[in-house]
Write a protein that binds this ligand. Structure first.
Ligand code: PEP
Length: 254
């Protein structure tokens, strides 16, 4: 059965003390929820918090992700954090290619190829983000844009490695704006992504691929979006910073 995931991306928010309290609250709430085997909850705190957050979370309830990783394995790269370091802290996944990284830090497909490679090499599940800007949707280029983001960064992978990836479709115009894609818009793009993957890797790989939606998901709209057949959960920004709203979103995927 396809995995369903609700992942919280805290971005550059909270200091360690606040982050630990948030993670502990999420963990406590999750103890009251019977999560089916195929449902996974992930939180992605800032790097500085990971070691502390790991201490207050039960791996069988919530796992921890990095929000990014370096392109290189190790060495003289001041300020960078390697995939191997995330793994060493107990992370099991890493967000790669978030639109904020693409926009503010110039992350291109060539860079993302390297990040995906080092994540997989270190046994981290890449949560690969893609999504079009508003002007690209308005000029009807959204399918083309998403197809090239995916094919350029991922289609060099073997089928075996590709099957370890999760894709998050996050239309840039919906991230942090309060504007959510309609359930039809999300479903249309997710179905397109699955079809694109199917033509490259075959139906079985495409059917098993988890595709998350991200962009202003909140408790009020989560259930509707998650009800679509090709939407397998969400990548949640703002609403993951409050334990109760994040937990409500987790419940919406069940
Ligand atoms: C995100 O940053 O991945 C995101 C989806 O943010 P928000 O939920 O705040 O739109």
């Amino acid at each position: 059965m396809r995995k369903k995931i609700v992942a919280g991306n805290w971005k550059m928010n909270t200091i360690v003390r606040e982050g630990v309290a948030l993670a502990a609250a999420v963990n406590t709430e999750l103890k009251n929820i019977d999560l089916p085997e195929n449902v996974k909850v992930i939180i992605a705190p800032p790097f500085t918090h990971i070691a502390f957050v790991e201490q207050v979370t039960d791996e069988n309830k919530v796992t921890v992700a990095g929000q990014n990783c370096a392109t290189e394995e190790e060495g003289a790269y001041t300020g960078e954090v390697a995939a191997k370091m995330l793994k060493g802290l107990g992370c099991s996944s890493v967000i790669i290619g978030h639109s904020e990284r693409r926009t503010y830090y110039g992350e291109t497909s060539e860079i993302l190829v390297k990040k995906v490679y080092t994540a997989l090499k270190n046994d981290l599940m890449p949560i690969f983000c893609c999504g079009e800007k508003l002007e690209e949707r308005e000029s009807n280029k959204h399918f083309e844009v998403v197809e090239s983001q995916i094919s350029e960064a991922l289609f060099h992978l073997s089928k075996e490695d590709f099957s370890k990836i999760v894709i998050a479709y996050e239309p840039v115009w919906a991230i942090g704006t309060g504007v959510t894609a309609s359930k039809e818009q999300a479903e249309e793009m997710h179905a397109f992504i699955r079809k694109t993957v199917s033509s490259h890797y075959g139906k079985e790989t495409a059917d098993n691929l988890t595709i998350l939606y991200g962009g202003s998901v909140k408790p009020a709209n989560a259930k509707e979006i998650f009800s679509m057949p090709n939407v397998d959960g969400g990548l949640i920004g703002g609403a993951s910073l409050k334990a109760d709203s994040f937990i409500d979103i987790v419940k919406a995927v069940l």
